[in-house]
Ligand binder design. Sequence first.
Ligand SMILES: *[C@@H]1O[C@H](CO)[C@@H](O)[C@H](O)[C@H]1NC(C)=O
Ligand SMILES: *[C@@H]1O[C@H](CO)[C@@H](O)[C@H](O)[C@H]1NC(C)=O
Ligand SMILES: *[C@@H]1O[C@H](CO)[C@@H](O)[C@H](O)[C@H]1NC(C)=O
Ligand SMILES: *[C@@H]1O[C@H](CO)[C@@H](O)[C@H](O)[C@H]1NC(C)=O
Ligand SMILES: *[C@@H]1O[C@H](CO)[C@@H](O)[C@H](O)[C@H]1NC(C)=O
Ligand SMILES: *[C@@H]1O[C@H](CO)[C@@H](O)[C@H](O)[C@H]1NC(C)=O
Ligand SMILES: *[C@@H]1O[C@H](CO)[C@@H](O)[C@H](O)[C@H]1NC(C)=O
Ligand SMILES: *[C@@H]1O[C@H](CO)[C@@H](O)[C@H](O)[C@H]1NC(C)=O
Length: 803
Amino acid sequence: MAYALFNFIFLIIFLLPLCTFSQNNGTITVGTSIVATERSTPWLSPSGDFAFGFKKLRSNDMFQLAIWYDKIPNKTVVWYPNVTNPISRDSTVGIDAQNGLVLRDPQGRLLWSTIDIDDDVSHGFLNDTGNFVLVRSDSVSIWDSFNYPSDTLLPTQIIAINGTLVSRKSETNFSRGRFYLRMLNEGNLVLNTRSVPTNSDFDDEYYNSQTSDPANDSNSGYQLVFNERGSLYVLRRNGERTDLTTKRSIPTTSDHYYRAILDFDGVFRTYYYPRSSSGDQEWTVAEYWPQNICMEIDGQKGSGACGYNSVCRLENGKPICQCPLGFYLSEPNDPFSDCNPKFIPICGEDDQKGSAEDVYEMSEVSDTDWPFSDFEQLAPFTESDCKNACLNDCLCAVSIYRNNSCWKKKLPLSNGRLDTAINAKAFFKFRKGNIPVQGSNFPTPEKKKKDQGTLILVGSVLLGSSLFVNFMFVGAACLGFFLIYNKKITNIRPVHDTGVVNLRCFTYKELAQATDGFKEELGRGAFGIVYKGVMPTGSNSTIAVKKLDRVAQDTEKEFKTEVSVIGQTHHKNLVRLLGFCEEGPHRMLVYEYMNNGTLASFLFGDLKPNWNRRIQIALGIARGLAYLHEECSTQIIHCDIKPQNILLDEYFNARISDFGLAKLLMMNQSRTLTNIRGTKGYVAPEWFRNTQVTAKVDVYSFGVLLLEIITCRKSLIDLEFGEGENPILTDWVWDCFQDGTLDTLVKNDTEALNDKKRLETFVMVGIWCIQEDSSLRPTMRKVSQMLEGTLEVNIPPCPSPFA
Ligand SMILES: *[C@@H]1O[C@H](CO)[C@@H](O)[C@H](O)[C@H]1NC(C)=O
Ligand SMILES: *[C@@H]1O[C@H](CO)[C@@H](O)[C@H](O)[C@H]1NC(C)=O
Ligand SMILES: *[C@@H]1O[C@H](CO)[C@@H](O)[C@H](O)[C@H]1NC(C)=O
Ligand SMILES: *[C@@H]1O[C@H](CO)[C@@H](O)[C@H](O)[C@H]1NC(C)=O
Ligand SMILES: *[C@@H]1O[C@H](CO)[C@@H](O)[C@H](O)[C@H]1NC(C)=O
Ligand SMILES: *[C@@H]1O[C@H](CO)[C@@H](O)[C@H](O)[C@H]1NC(C)=O
Ligand SMILES: *[C@@H]1O[C@H](CO)[C@@H](O)[C@H](O)[C@H]1NC(C)=O
Ligand SMILES: *[C@@H]1O[C@H](CO)[C@@H](O)[C@H](O)[C@H]1NC(C)=O
C-alpha cells in the first residue's frame, strides 16, 4: 500500500512536468482535455504565438472556445467554433480518436465536435501559423481550423470557392452577426448582409472584387489568399493575382503579426501588430473594404450599416451609429441595434382631434438622408412647404428637402446616413408635451406587410359579396378586429393583462420588489434559481419566482406559447403557474409557493415519512402525470421527473413542478445525443438510443421515483446501502423481487411490513415502469389505476434483459 502510494506520488512529481513539456511542441495526444476555468492551461503552438483553449468572457461567467494570439496582451481571438451559445464554466474540450475535437458541457453533453472526419485521429497539432490540425497515424491532416474559419484570416490561410466568413455580434459577443464575406462560384469576392436569425436570402452586395470573367472562366478568381506578409489578393484560375491590398499600406520594417477580419461592424479589415511590442500597443489597421460602409450598403432590403431608423456616419473608416432625436436604442448597449421611435405616427382617431400644429412639432437636422422609405415626392417645393406637408400628413414621420424637392417618408427608415455632399435637410415629426414612450416593439417590415395583407383581403372580400353577407361579415370582422387589437396591445405595452388566459404579466421591477431584490433562495434547478416572494398586489400570498437562465433571446414567441400552454393546466397535483415576466433579457415564472419543500428533502431527510403518506404522494404524482400526458389540450412530457421536482403543499399533497420547461428551454425538439434532458439516475434508456422519445420516458422516471418512495433510498449509487444490498436501487429491487424478499426493501418500517399486498403491488408497478423496452411500460393512466387497485398487476419481466 505504502509502496503504491509512493509510486503514485513519484508519477505525479516527475511525469507531470514532462507531460506539460511535451505539449509545448504543439502536439496534443488523444485523451488530453482542458476544462473551462480561469486557471486552465491552454494548448500552445511550438513558438508560443498561438494558444487553443477557453477564453473567459468579460460580460458574464461564460467562456469561449477559441484560438488566440497568446503573446498579445489582449489575446486577440482568431478562431472559434460554430456553436451559438457561449460555454459555461467546467465544460471540457478534448481530443478523442473517433470524433477529433469534442466539446462537452459540465454534464457531459456534446456541444460540438469535428464530426466531418472519417479516419481515426492520431493526435492534434497547433501549428505556428495558428492552424489547429487533426492528424491521422500516417501524419496526413484530416481536419484543420483553417478550413472552418470564423471571422478571421491568418497569414497563409485561403478562402476557396463557397468559403465564408461571418462577423460576430459585437467585439466581445461571438454570436453570429449580420455580415458575410463569401467567395462566389463565379469568381467574385463579395460582402453581403443577411438578417439574423431568419437566415433568409442574402441582401444586396456592398462590396464586390470584380474578379469574375463570364466570357472566359479560366480568367475568373477562385481563391482569396492572405499571404505571410499580410497581403490580400484574389488568385485567378490562370495564375494571375488581383491585389486588394496596395503595397504601401504594409510596413516592411521589422517583424509583424497580421490578421484580416470581417469586423462586427461589417467592414473587412487587415491589421498588423509588431512582434517586439512593449505591451501597450494596439492592432493597426492597414486597409479596409468597403471604403465607406455607410454609403455602400444601399440595398432596398435590410436596415443598412446601422439598425432601422439609425443614422450612420464614418469616422476613421468606422461606421458610427446614432439614433436621431426622438428615438432610442432598442438594445441600450448595442449602438448597432434599431432605433425605436418614442411615438409612431398613425392615422388613427386620436390624430383627428385638433389641428396638427396643436399635436405635433417639427425638428430640423442637416445633411441627413434616408434614401429609401419614401412614399411621396413633391416638386418643385419650398423648404417650409416641405416641413408643413409632413406635419399635416398623419402617415409622414420624416420629410427630406433637397434641390427644390420634398420626399415624405414613413417608418421604419433604412440606410440612414450623414452626407454633407447632398446638401439635404431632414424634418422630424415630434409629439408635443410629455407623451410617454409607446412601447419598444416597433413594427418590423414583415409585420407591416402582414397587416396590409389582411386589410387587402378584407377589402376584396367585402367588394365581392352580397349585402347581407357583408353585414354579417362586418360584424364578425369587428369582433375579430377587437380580439386581434386586444392581443396587439399586449404585444406593445408592458401591460398587466397578458392575453394569456389566467396568467399575469409581471414587470421585472415588480418581481424584484416582491422578492426583496431576489434575496431568499428557495432552490436551484437545471433551469435557474427559485426565490421566495410575496404577491405584489392584493392577496399578500407567498409566491415562488423562478428566474430562467437558459432561454435564448430569439425564442420570444415560443416563450409566450409555452407559457400559455403551462398556464392552461389545472390539476391538484401540479404546481400552479400564476404569471410570468418577459422583459428585456429577463424571463421569469411565478408559481404558488409550496410550504413543505421538495419530496427529496422529505424522503431522504432524517425523519422518514410514514407509509400511508408515501402512498398518497405516489398516487398524486401518478395522477398528475396522467393528466399532463392525456388530458391537456397539448400533451406535456415532463422529461425531468425526480424527487427534487415534486413539491409538497401544506397538506402534503404531491405537486409536480417544472412541467413544460423542458420544451420551453430547449426549443430544438430534435432529439439527439447533444441534448439529452433529464437527470442521471432517472433518464430512460431511449435517450441514449436512436429511437423515438415519447411520454414513456416519464413513465420510466416515475418508476425509479416510485421505488425510491417505497424504499426511502436514493436511486443513484447510495453510499449508505446496507450489508448485502445492491448499490443500484433498481437492480436491488429486482433482486429482492425475484428472491421473494420484499421485506428487506422496507426494513424497520412496520406500517409497510403490515401492508404486504400493497407493497408487492407497488414494487411490481415500479418494475413495469422501468422496463428498458419502452413499449412494455404501461401508460401513466394505467399506472395510476394499478396503484389504486382498480386494475390488476401482472408479474413483470426482468427490466433490463440485455444487461
Ligand atoms: C512532440 O513531442 C511528442 C512527445 O514527446 C513526440 O511524440 C512528437 O513527435 C513531438 N512532435 C514534434 C512535431 O516534434
Ligand atoms: C486592448 O488593449 C488596449 C491597451 O491595453 C486597451 O486600451 C483596449 O481597450 C484593449 N482592447 C480590447 C478589445 O480589449
Ligand atoms: C454553422 O452552423 C449552422 C447550423 O449549425 C450551419 O447552418 C452553418 O452553415 C454553419 N456555418 C459554417 C460557416 O460552418
Ligand atoms: C504548419 O503549417 C504550414 C502551412 O500549412 C506547413 O507548411 C508546416 O509544415 C506546418 N508545420 C508543421 C510543424 O506541421
Ligand atoms: C459552390 O456551391 C454551389 C451551390 O451550392 C455548387 O453548385 C458549386 O459546385 C460549389 N462550388 C465548389 C467549387 O464547391
Ligand atoms: C450575444 O448576442 C446574442 C444575440 O443578440 C444574445 O442573445 C446573447 O445574449 C449575447 N451574449 C452575450 C454574452 O452578451
Ligand atoms: C481564356 O483565357 C485563357 C488565358 O487568359 C486563354 O489562354 C484562352 O485562350 C481563353 N479562352 C477563350 C475561349 O477565350
Ligand atoms: C436638381 O434638380 C434638377 C431638376 O429638378 C436636376 O436637373 C438637377 O440635376 C438636380 N441637381 C442635383 C444636384 O441633384
